[in-house]
Design a protein around this ligand. Structure first.
Ligand SMILES: O=C(O)CCC(=O)C(=O)O
Length: 241
């Protein structure tokens, strides 16, 4: 595993931390190859070309879920979340975390439509705790290079703080009332201050072997893949015991 310096302050401020080149190429290449064989077996890809027009027509979120259900791989995906990663997450969370036994493959096929931040599916995977404490960390692994606008998961960095700035509303409620986030979300590609919290949309793009760690209270969303390659990532959640 590549040794990386953990920027605990950045993780605490943004709720998202990239670990560039964390995973060895060999580990990532094994997962990539297992997924590619499955895409060929399922006839989603033939001779390097995509042939799954029915799946391609599904909305992005459904497409990723459907592909995740169809693809059967061995422990190549489990190995993308090694003990060293857990140690890094424990250190950021300040407490021992427990891994979910079910990592998920996140694939999205190229789309012809233009890249846009409209009508995305911003969500949380759990109810944020009442007290301002990390409930767990989600790890996102890049199995292949993912270019900007290539379908990477999007995170609204800083949104974990929004749950605690207003007694009446959590981050979702606050953003629903923010006319810019509703009508011009692209403004959030640059840092913006909302209720005193600095938030910014972060696209989890990068190179195969990069890992993004995300506080589970951060709003996140799938995005449209406007590149020619399939977006290949995997994720797992690590919860406070
Ligand atoms: O990148 C994606 O497809 C969305 C991932 C996601 O929303 C999740 O893992 O909770």
């Amino acid at each position: 595993m590549t040794r990386v310096a953990l920027d605990a302050k950045k993780f605490s401020d943004d709720g998202v931390l990239p670990l560039r080149g964390f995973l060895p190429r060999k580990l990532v290449a094994a997962a990539q190859s297992a997924i590619s064989s499955e895409l060929t077996r399922l006839k989603i890809k033939a001779n390097g070309k995509l042939t799954a027009s029915k799946i391609q027509a599904l909305p992005v979120f459904q497409q990723t879920i459907r592909l995740g259900q169809m693809i059967k791989v061995g422990d190549e995906i489990d190995r993308l979340f090694p003990e060293e990663l857990l140690v890094a997450m424990n250190s950021l969370a300040g407490a021992p975390l427990e891994r979910s036994p079910h990592p998920q493959i996140l694939l999205s096929l190229p789309h012809k439509e233009a890249w846009s931040l409209d009508h995305l599916n911003w969500h949380l995977d759990l109810t944020p705790p009442k007290a301002d404490q990390i409930p767990g960390v989600q790890a996102f692994v890049l199995i292949d290079d993912v270019q900007p606008r290539g379908g990477a998961t999007l995170a609204l960095a800083g949104s974990h703080k929004l749950h605690y700035v207003d007694r009446e509303h959590n981050a979702h409620g606050i953003l629903r009332q923010n006319s810019d986030f509703v009508s011009a979300p692209e403004k959030f590609l640059e840092p913006r201050t909302v209720h005193g919290a600095r938030v910014q949309i972060v696209e989890m793009s990068g190179r195969a072997g990069d890992v993004y760690l995300m506080d589970l209270r951060v709003l996140h969303s799938p995005s449209i893949n406007t590149r020619k390659d399939i977006r290949m990532m995997a994720t797992n959640r690590f919860l406070l015991g």
